[in-house]
Design a protein around this ligand. Structure first.
Ligand code: 0WD
Ligand code: CA
Length: 383
């Protein structure tokens, strides 16, 4: 084939096609997903919510922050405050889809179909999940290290997808080295250096970093015939009042090791840009602002990466990732899930599991430890 696939954001390729389903699993082999880019509609923000310093939910944008462009060579010290001005979210607490479900209950009228008549569905969407779970799906054809477990429940016609921590991920979390623990703080510290609480103020690097706080967007879109509703955490927005409407005004902040050699540049393009692209492309966040830091955690340069240019940046890399492979795999995975997860029952979980170099497989669990739709949600959605 000589025609280049269309990688322009949110434009559709023609004729959806699918891989023939294998008898049990779904393959993640790249070659199977090299076809036209699937329809991916421009994501629309349908709402947002905030989590405060104690992880309490608010159906509003109180935790929104505003980007203040730093100096190109700012010398931010990311280690500052790690010992004495850092409150870390307890990551052993698994919140599953709870915050999204709270948002859905508070905004049902925006989502539900045509009154009480006809349709057995409560929501007008096929899939409800976190953006981060979809990111993992997009990158699976290129992932060689970490597998995943995704729990799926069909309830009133909608599929809810919630991650389950793998044994390997739990071991890694419980055995993190002190150096790694501190490096996880650096990303949040960079946010503090570049974000203000309102449009008239400036960042406060002397304040406390509290990772319980979050601002999340809720977007609706469609991937081929899958109507998606998902939420993702947004770092900040353009503070210009004339900036485009969300999600186009949002900015994703990242830190990354400074690039000193051609080998490091190549690895950055092949691995890091893939993750950055997948995460921000999904909700329609148009740019990533990256702080490149040295080994001592000092940001030496800041650079902006438009999402729309990432797939061009990588074209010189041999055997590099392709957006179309990511999107087609995600699309086929969702079709696979629809075909398997047929029993509409809030206490049934279809557990999809994947390890690199293997096919996606699944198992079925009734009233098990894996059930994740809370009673308060099921009751309110049934009445
Ligand atoms: O299993 C998970 N990943 C769960 C995530 C389970 C339950 C809840 N969450 C939620 C939290 O409520 C959080 O607010 O994750 C939200 C973020 O969701 P997302 O946007 O779908 O996640 P993702 O795209 O993976 O991460 C976005 C940011 C990260 O920033 P970087 O620049 O490192 O990608 O959210 C943060 C992190 O700052 N983050 C998390 N925050 C809380 N809990 C989590 C997490 N499990 N994972 C990433
Ligand atoms: Ca970030």
């Amino acid at each position: 084939k000589h025609s280049r696939p269309n990688h322009h954001p949110y434009k559709s390729g023609p004729t959806p096609r699918q891989n023939p389903p294998s008898s049990q699993g779904l393959s993640t082999r790249r070659e199977l997903y090299e076809r036209d880019f699937p329809v991916y509609k421009q994501p629309v923000e349908v709402g947002c919510f905030s989590l405060d310093s104690e992880r309490r939910f608010f159906n509003d944008s109180r935790q929104m922050r505003y980007y203040v462009e730093p100096d190109r060579n700012p010398n931010f010290d990311l280690r500052d405050g790690y010992k004495d001005r850092f409150i870390k979210r307890d990551d052993s607490v698994k919140e599953k889809l709870d915050h999204i479900l709270r948002w859905i209950l508070a905004n049902r009228s925006k989502l539900s179909s045509r009154g009480a008549t006809a349709s057995p569905r409560a929501l007008d969407v096929d899939i409800v999940t976190w953006r981060g779970h979809l990111t993992k799906l997009l990158t699976s054809p290129y992932e060689t290290r970490e597998g995943w477990l995704l729990a799926v429940t069909r309830f009133r016609g909608t599929l809810y997808i919630s991650e389950v921590e793998t044994e390997a991920a739990r071991r890694d979390r419980e055995n993190r080295e002190e150096r790694h623990e501190e490096m996880m703080y650096w990303g949040y510290k960079f946010e503090q250096y570049t974000c203000a609480d309102n449009t008239h103020s400036v960042p406060d690097p002397g304040g406390v970093v509290n990772t319980n706080e979050a601002f999340c967007t809720v977007v609706q879109t469609r991937l081929a015939d899958h109507r998606l509703l998902f939420s993702g955490e947004v770092d900040c927005r353009d503070k210009d009042p004339n900036a485009p409407a969300p999600p186009a005004c949002y900015i994703e902040l990242k830190t990354s090791a400074e690039i000193c050699t051609p080998k490091q540049r190549s690895n950055f393009h092949r691995f890091k840009l893939l993750k950055w692209w997948a995460q921000s492309f999904l909700p329609g966040v148009p740019r990533v602002v990256a702080g490149f830091r040295d080994h001592e955690g000092v940001v030496v340069t800041v650079d902006t990466f438009p999402i729309s240019k990432m797939s061009h940046l990588i074209k010189n890399e041999h055997n590099c990732w392709k957006p179309t492979v990511c999107m087609n795999f995600c699309c086929d995975f969702l079709s696979f899930v629809k075909r398997i997860a047929t029993e509409d029952n809030p206490s049934v979980v279809y557990l999809f599991s994947w390890e690199p170099h293997r096919d996606v497989t699944y198992s079925v669990h009734r009233d098990s430890q894996y059930s994740f739709l809370p009673h308060w949600y099921v009751e309110k959605m049934t009445s």
